[in-house]
Write a new protein. Sequence first.
Length: 262
Amino acid sequence: MKVIIQQNYDKMCEWAANHIVNAINAKKDGKPFVLGLPTGSSPLGVYKRLIEANKAGKVSFKNVVTFNMDEYVGLPREHEQSYWYFMHDNFFDHIDIPAENVNILNGMADDLEAECARYEAKIASYGGIDLFMGGSGVDGHIAFNEPFTSLSSRTGVRDLTEDTKIVNSRFFGNDPSKVPVKALSVGVATVTDSREVLLLINGHNKARALKHCVEDGVSSAWTISALQNHNNAYIACDELACGELKVDTYKYFLDVYKSERL
């Protein structure tokens, strides 16, 4: 696990976007670069910089295939809070990715379990995911893999906790009752099977999550801690997220990865 500490959110996003651009451009075998993507507030700055890089000719998404982490159950794609809408509004509509290369779970499917199985099979058909970017909830969940979700879980239907509904209610008029009670989500193992994982953790409210991810043991209580067992995991964070780390831990990662600091 590599923890890349940047001074602030903007620099964290700049580093993460540069890392993704370099990874895409390094793919020389002619096969599509398979990229896993999240929604939420954390990746917005990364998407902005990837759009800028695309428009500047620094990277093309024409041979990139994407798989999103999750989608609410019961929201049509046209709903402004659906993740299909979020991704197109904030990213896909602004880059040169072919529409057929975009994969997002269908929360309106008649058979949700079959939809999840189809999604896993399609990921496998590409030989897996090259790089999966993700974020973290304040309780250390990745995608909609809430605390105590199995670390060997695959794409499936997830019940949302009351805490998650309260946090996400800011997008639904601050009314938790309007937040869908279920979502479709890739599993923890779906993420950790990727050849590379890039996790974004920013803000003081994510400090406990970062601590549990980096310093404490691997546990389903904090599903992001599964990245400790990944051979090629990057945690990109800002200074505010480091508030719960031990001083020696903080100094260690600053020293070892000082060349990555922008």
